[in-house]
Each structure stands twice: as C-alpha cells, then as structure tokens.
Design a protein around this ligand. Structure first.
Ligand code: HEM
Ligand SMILES: *[C@@H]1O[C@H](CO)[C@@H](O)[C@H](O)[C@H]1NC(C)=O
Length: 329
C-alpha cells in the first residue's frame, strides 16, 4: 500500500513537472497593474477622461458602468460578452429579461472610439467594462479602486447563462449568496456589492409584486404609498418608462444610505429587503448602515474580486475592434 502510494506520488510529480512548461506555452498570463504602460500609455487616462465627460452630459452613464461590471463579470468571466449584439441568430445578452433596464451601451462605443483613435486595436472591451466601472464609482462618490488590466474579449455571447445564473429581483438571498460564493465572493462582499443599489432606478415590472395585489408586510407603509404612486397599475407596460429610484435621498451617490433604507423597511427589490431578514447578511447590513468607510472598504474589495473573475488573458480571446462584434478574420 505504502509503496503504491509512493509510486502514485512520484508519478504525479513527474506529470506535474512535464506539465509545468505548458503553462508558458499556453499563453496564459495574469492580469497586472498598468498592462498598457508600453502599448498604450494613456489608456487609463483616456477612459477616465471619457467617463468624466460622459458623466457631465448624462450622469446616469456612471450608474450603467457599475451595473455593466456585475452583468458582464458574473457570467463566465469579465470578457465583454455583455456588449455583443445579436448576430447570426445568436442572441445578445442584452436581450435577456435579466438585462431589463440596462442603458447607455452606445456610450461604451464612444469610449472605445477614443481609445482606437490613439491606440489601434490595443485596449480590450473587457478592460473598458472594468475601468469604466472603476471610474464611474468615483464619479458617484464611491471609493477609488486600483484595478489590474490585461483582460481579453471573448468571441461568443452567453445569453442562456445570463438567464440561468444572474439572480432575479425576487430570488432568495441564499441563491444570491451561492452565486457570488461560486465566484469567490463571501457574504460580507456580497452585501457590499448590493450597495450598488444605492444608485439608479428600478422599473415597475420589477417591483409591482411587492405592492399588488397586497402590500408586502415588510414594506414601510409610507414607502408603499410612494411606490404605488410611481407604479399605479399592477401590469405596467414594460415599454413605458415607469420606475422608482433606488435611494430617494442620495440617488446618485454610492453611499451607505442604501443600508439605512433597508433598516427602515425601504428596500426596493425583494432581494434588497431580504438582506435584513437573513441572519447571515443582517449583521453586515447593520455594520454598513453605521459606517460608510467600512462599506466603501468592503465594496472596493468585492468589486476587485468581481472584476477579476476568471479573465481571459494572454493568447486567449481577442481585442475587439468594435465592442459590439467579434472581429472578422
Ligand atoms: C445579486 C442580486 C442582484 C439582483 C437580483 C439585481 C437586480 C436588479 C434589478 C431588477 C434592477 C432594476 C432594473 C430595472 O428595472 O431597470 C437593478 C438595477 C441596478 N443594479 Fe442590480 N441586482 C443585483 C446585484 C447587483 C450588483 C452586484 C450590482 C453592481 C455591482 C448591481 C448594480 C445595479 C445598478 C447600478 C442598477 C441601476 C441601473 C440603472 O439605474 O440604470 N446590481 N438590479
Ligand atoms: C419572480 O418574478 C417574476 C416576474 O418578474 C415571476 O415570473 C416569477 O414567478 C417570480 N418568482 C418568484 C419565486 O416569485
């Protein structure tokens, strides 16, 4: 027995030694700080300039960049799959019900064009998704986050995975936690990421269940009145722009008011409000409501983990010329 074990171990070691050099040949590399230092020294500057410029014209672009990071990175990897259009019958992730309400995609192209005019085919759309979120977070009063770069773009969309994997507005917290855990984000980090719902809006289709036919008993009654005013019918036309703001007091600031609202029973989505009732998440809601700096620290940590989920690097993937389409060779 002992000798077979030894035999196993040594043959494993030989296999390992044989495989090691493959790491170098497979073109797999890591994300790194300032990946474009040589190839496009102003890449990060250009993205930041564009994010600031777009924010000054359309403030909600910054909000979109944050949601883009979530929807792109949680599905398979941070690979800009989200940005692909429907081509040859392969449906865009943007067409999924889960992507409802996503906006400002055309301004991703604005950022890409600014990069292309200075450094042709050099900066990936996946890095644009990551860095625009990073810079958008700063515009929204959130923390500054140092992010690595070198992500490559994928060559396919994963619409079915989006539907399967991105939680819905009314899913349970245990499902939400397990999805984030599977990409290495713990409970504390997940609670912090949901603090993104401190900014932006929710369309009535995603919240009418809480007010019709009866009012969800976990809702603050005055807040329910506000929601009924914003969403006067139980069957809103999904094309009508009827929505409620995530945070009425500081709707464009990424702050801990989100958690204060949850403690006042003014969570907008079912998933939001459940953070206060689940014993795993409730303590973090209390802590984040009490301490904005702590929220920002945890938010930064979790955004980094999300942004580094399973990236394509080195020889994998490609650098798209147009973020909406896979390159034609
Ligand atoms: C995991 C559970 C999550 C669920 C179920 C969820 C669901 C939703 C829903 C239903 C909306 C409203 C869409 C609409 O009606 O227009 C929304 C908005 C938003 N979500 Fe999430 N989300 C989750 C997590 C996250 C995370 C982790 C982030 C970012 C890191 C994020 C960022 C945003 C942002 C910024 C908005 C506002 C978008 C806008 O106003 O354009 N969400 N989310
Ligand atoms: C969640 O809401 C959708 C509509 O947005 C509905 O089709 C689905 O049945 C709901 N799921 C649960 C678990 O209530």
């Amino acid at each position: 027995m002992a000798s077979t074990m030894r035999h196993y171990c040594s043959s494993n070691l030989i296999v390992l030694l044989l495989l090691l050099p493959l790491q170098f040949y497979s073109g797999k590399s890591e994300l790194q700080l300032n990946h474009y230092a040589q190839s496009c020294p102003r890449a990060e500057e250009i993205i930041k300039e564009q994010v600031i410029k777009l924010y000054s014209k359309h403030g909600n672009t910054a909000v979109s960049w944050v949601r883009n990071l979530f929807h792109d990175c949680i599905v398979t990897s941070c690979d800009a799959s989200l940005l692909l259009e429907t081509v040859n019958g392969i449906e865009s992730e943007k067409a999924s019900q889960r992507s409802f309400g996503m906006r400002n995609f055309k301004y991703v192209n604005t950022i890409k064009q600014a990069l292309e005019s200075e450094c042709h085919s050099t900066v990936s759309c996946a890095d644009i998704v990551a860095l625009s979120a990073r810079d958008g977070i700063v515009m929204l009063g959130g923390p500054r986050i140092e992010m690595k770069t070198g992500r490559k773009d994928c060559k396919e969309s994963y619409r079915a995975v989006v539907e399967d994997f991105i939680p819905d507005h009314n899913d349970s917290i245990s499902l939400v936690l397990s999805r984030f855990q599977s990409i290495g984000i713990d409970v504390e980090g997940t609670v912090a990421l949901l603090g993104s719902h401190s900014v932006g809006r929710v369309h009535c289709v995603n919240l009418v269940q809480r007010i019709y036919p009866t009012i969800d008993p976990t809702l603050d009654p005055d807040y329910a009145v506000y929601l009924k005013r914003r969403c006067p019918t139980p069957d809103p036309d999904p094309h009508a722009v009827q929505y409620a703001r995530n945070d009425n007091e500081t709707p464009m600031i990424l702050d801990n008011n989100y958690y204060k609202n949850l403690l006042r029973h003014k969570g907008l989505l079912i998933v939001d409000q459940q953070l206060t009732s689940d014993p795993l998440t409730a303590p973090y809601v209390e802590k984040m409501a009490a301490d904005n700096a702590y929220f920002h620290d945890q938010f930064s940590r979790a955004v980094l983990l999300l942004s580094e989920n399973n990236p394509l690097t080195g020889d994998q993937g490609e650098i798209r010329k147009d973020c909406r389409y896979v390159n034609r060779n």
